[in-house]
Design a protein around this ligand. Sequence first.
Ligand code: FE
Length: 209
Amino acid sequence: MDLKAFFKMNYGLYIISSKDGEGAAGCVVNTLTQVTAEPPKVMLAIHKDNRTTQAILNSGVFAATVLTQDTPMELIGRFGFQSSREVDKFQGYEVKEDKNGLPWLTRQMAARFSCRVLDRMDAGTHYLFLAQVEEAETLSQDEPMTYSYYHAVKNGRTPPKASSYQPEESPKARGWRCKICGYVLDAEELPPDFVCPICKKGAEFFEKL
Ligand code: FE
């Protein structure tokens, strides 16, 4: 099987958020799709191990925002490569709440949706949630981020829990690579107190290329 064929599929990038008794959680996915128009329904594929998934299972609702091309990598690093079990990802960002009380980020977002889960399918490593859209709002006319733009222009990486993850992505870079998020520091020596600018992990998580 030619796994490179999967790189030809097109996606956007989204922040999914939810909330339960343990608090708010959020993460980045590329696997949110509209499936019907009347009534509007979406499908979300999300890894079972994500704290956000646990919150969706507990609450039955999630919010989604569409990232724009100017979304900073630091925001994607926070929501895509850290865990809501360890950090409050929304801390420090301008946040609003939807009708279900779920937080959503207001900056660098093209649109937002509030979704109520109708059904769930077990897809192995991931759940597929079918959800009805209860609120939808356009937030800006800026270009939405596509998955290929994220990889090609932003030099973004794919975390292991993403549906589209493939190990050993073009290891042609030189220097030191973060084993968590794939960030590459182009340097001969890695400072011992170095902290990854994307996922905030320390020097012990870096490997020499
Ligand atoms: Fe990192």
